[in-house]
Design a protein around this ligand. Structure first.
Ligand SMILES: Cc1cc2nc3c(=O)[nH]c(=O)nc-3n(C[C@H](O)[C@H](O)[C@H](O)COP(=O)(O)OP(=O)(O)OC[C@H]3O[C@@H](n4cnc5c(N)ncnc54)[C@H](O)[C@@H]3O)c2cc1C
Length: 392
């Protein structure tokens, strides 16, 4: 096996790198983890720079604003975006809703929704979780009742990332309360400007307004907003989740932070006339991280090779989700402890090492292991669907 990218692929990598250099400010060191209006607007402006190159969703078909890019080119693209810490906006639409519409949408739905995503004009959020339905998502209680040509939605969603910015939401609602729970759910595409929707921000522990509660009071969705068949929404929803969990090329950002940590340890005094790097404990901890970050990359390449063959990754996506989210937590924790007392500091001051990136990422890493399905749920999937262990 030749374990390398081709010359064309490397040339494409160079093209992406030079584009990013010109499209991002010269002193760009990456977005802050806490999303605020300013960083969000910066992200949307950046989307508009990607759009003319058709690089918002390059793997999508050309007719919907993509480039029919191969999954491997998409990996290269994602790796360079991650390494440059380029702002990522509209992940839910580009990464998982769009591919779901391509699979299950009618021609009208494809025409209506996909071009807005690839032009950078329409931002989506994901209305799955409810106050009492997260891991056991199929128990969701938000109701949609048919009324003439419309459905009327009542209920509540929670932890809805970016709902305060989103133009549209893909939302799951119960359409048959008498059916077994997985068989009474439908999948809707909902304009967030529809009357009856209230969005309330939730502040996360990093101080950011990342997610929200969303309330629906007699919200009307036309029948054309139903994706796939009535009461079959659960099966579509799980496809969306498989796309969500298989995010490819995501470890390059961690690799860049690890490079920075390695340089830091090599140059920072340990306070007794030696450098941090002189400690075998520090060197071994960093070496372990290098091995793990490469493993995460290989696991994500496995998912890509499946996608390239037209397969939808399932437990394979859960493996990469659980491994990479736990890896980030490990990397940030080890990084903070290598920095000693300075490791927990945030902000731009002189004492916060590496701009406090490790402590901020550590706080965010808690949520990464929950969002998109917790690590426990991923392990259940790996056990049952991957290893064939019985459900208990
Ligand atoms: C940063 C972030 C962003 C998010 N964005 C969105 C979004 O945009 N849209 C959206 O719909 N949701 C979003 N979520 C919500 C996320 O999907 C849920 O938080 C997640 O699915 C867990 O559900 P829960 O919070 O209700 O926890 P619960 O399901 O109540 O779980 C509580 C604990 O019990 C464990 N547990 C539950 N069931 C089992 C089981 N069967 N086996 C073993 N352990 C179990 C869980 O692992 C967890 O540790 C986001 C969450 C975070 C943290």
């Amino acid at each position: 096996m030749r374990f390398a990218f081709t010359a064309e692929q490397e040339a494409f990598r160079g093209e992406v790198t030079s584009f990013l250099k010109s499209a991002l400010p010269a002193d760009w060191d990456g977005a802050d983890n806490a999303i605020d209006d300013e960083s969000y607007e910066f992200g949307r402006t950046f989307l508009k720079k990607l759009a003319p190159k058709k690089w918002i969703a390059p793997a999508w078909p050309q007719q919907y604003g993509g480039l029919d890019m191969s999954h491997w080119d998409q990996v290269i693209f994602n790796e360079e975006m991650g390494y440059a810490r380029a702002p990522i906006v509209n992940t839910a639409a580009v990464g998982y809703l769009g591919p779901t519409i391509i699979l299950y949408g009618t021609d009208e739905q494809k025409q209506q929704h996909l071009p807005g995503i690839t032009s950078g004009d329409v931002v989506w959020c994901q209305g799955y979780s409810e106050p009492n339905s997260g891991s056991d998502l199929a128990s969701l209680q938000t109701r949609a009742v048919m009324d003439g040509d419309d459905f009327i939605i009542n209920g509540q969603k929670i932890w809805t990332s970016q709902a305060h910015y989103a133009d549209w939401m893909f939302v799951l609602a119960r359409t048959d309360p008498d059916a077994p729970k997985h068989r009474g759910i439908s999948y809707f595409l909902l304009d967030m400007k529809t009357p009856g929707i209230t969005v309330r921000p939730l502040i996360n522990m990093a101080g950011g307004e990342g997610f929200n509660e969303v309330f629906f009071e007699n919200v009307r969705v036309p029948r054309s907003g139903l994706l796939g068949e009535l009461n079959r929404g659960w099966y579509i929803a799980t496809t969306t989740l498989d796309f969500e969990r298989s995010s490819i090329g995501g470890t390059s950002q961690a690799k860049r932070s690890l490079e920075e940590l390695t340089r830091f340890a090599k140059s920072e005094s340990a306070g007794n006339g030696t450098l941090l790097w002189d400690s075998a404990l520090v060197r071994h901890a960093i070496a372990d991280l290098w091995i793990d970050v490469d493993m995460a990359r290989m696991l994500s390449y496995r998912v890509v090779s499946m996608q390239e063959r037209g397969l939808v990754p399932n437990y394979e996506a859960s493996i990469i989700k659980v491994f990479s989210s736990e890896y980030i937590a490990r990397q940030t924790r080890i990084g903070m402890s290598i920095m000693g007392m300075y490791g927990g500091l945030w902000g731009e001051g002189p004492w916060a090492k590496l701009r406090g990136r490790f402590s901020k990422s550590y706080v965010a890493s808690v949520g990464n292991a929950i969002a998109g399905g917790t690590s426990e749920i991923q392990r259940n999937i790996i056990a049952q669907r991957g290893l064939g262990l019985p459900r208990q």
